[in-house]
Design a protein around this ligand. Structure first.
Ligand code: ADP
Ligand code: MG
Length: 256
């Protein structure tokens, strides 16, 4: 029995897509990520919540290596994070990221924004890239905006283009860092609906958000962070109705 369990522990489960083990990171004297252990399985939707400054964005950024870590281990689909070069570009493409600020290329059209990475990183040919881009823009509901420039679109439309652009790389996992925080209220739902649909389609997702309705309806698991630590993890129903830690109770009392 013991031997079997040792073997089982040594081989990561095939369904483990993103695995962080004892991850630590400092910004100078600030210990921004403290012994983070987090495993996200294929098809899982994990919502990360917590007070401002708790390290949620830093956590997302370490997963696709926009930030380095001081110690610990991060694997995507069993592979460690490459430090640089083409391998890193491919890894980044496997991990789609959508930010609060839409970060589209301002001097490229919507269509070009969604084609570019496919051609540069995935080496797709132009016709294939365009066909796929148009399909994805339709899927997120902005197909008719393809020839416009980002500044000509509403915030909600730009964010949906940013989602299409990330999806164009066929990512294994999508990270969303407060994707609706910069949007006018009437545009929040159109973005959340696209994310809901993605979740239903089986995309593996890590979503930092203050939209508790989305967390309740789309998340398989809620991860609550405070002061650089994962303080609590639970299924949404349990987390919202019966948070265990005082930190989570305090946080929820302020936002709900
Ligand atoms: P959250 O997304 O939960 O609000 P962040 O991950 O953005 O938290 O930030 C966590 C802490 O790290 C904050 O105190 C923030 O000021 C600090 N921080 C974030 N990025 C940097 C940086 N590049 N340099 C120094 N401190 C940073
Ligand atoms: Mg943040």
């Amino acid at each position: 029995m013991t031997e079997v369990s040792v073997v089982k522990d040594a081989v990561p489960a095939a369904d483990d897509l993103v695995v962080l083990k004892s991850v630590n990171k400092h910004f100078g004297a600030l210990h921004v990520l403290q012994d983070i252990d987090l495993t996200i399985t294929r098809g899982e939707v994990v919502v990360v919540i917590g007070p401002s400054g708790s390290g949620k964005s830093t956590l997302c950024r370490t997963i696709n290596r926009l930030e380095s870590i001081d110690s610990g281990d991060i694997r995507i689909d069993g592979k460690p994070l490459p430090a640089e070069g083409k391998a890193l570009a491919r890894l980044r493409a496997d991990v789609g990221m959508v930010f609060q600020s839409f970060n589209l290329f301002a001097h490229k059209t919507v269509l070009e924004n969604v084609m570019l990475g496919q051609i540069k990183v995935r080496k797709a040919d132009k016709n294939k890239a365009e066909e796929k881009a148009r399909g994805l823009l339709d899927r997120v509901g902005v197909g008719t905006q393809a020839d416009k420039y980002p500044a000509q679109l509403s915030g909600g439309q730009q964010q949906r283009v940013a989602i299409a652009r990330a999806l164009a790389m066929d990512p294994k996992v999508m990270l969303f860092d407060e994707p609706t925080s910069a949007l006018d209220p009437e545009m929040i739902n159109e973005v959340l609906e696209v994310m809901q649909q993605l979740a239903r389609d089986g995309m593996t997702m890590v979503v930092v958000t203050h939209e508790m309705g989305f967390a309740r309806s789309a998340a398989n698991r809620v991860v609550f962070m405070a002061d650089g630590r994962i303080v609590e993890e639970a299924v949404p129903d349990q987390f919202f109705s019966n948070p265990r830690s005082d930190r989570a109770k305090d946080f929820l009392s302020k936002i709900l």
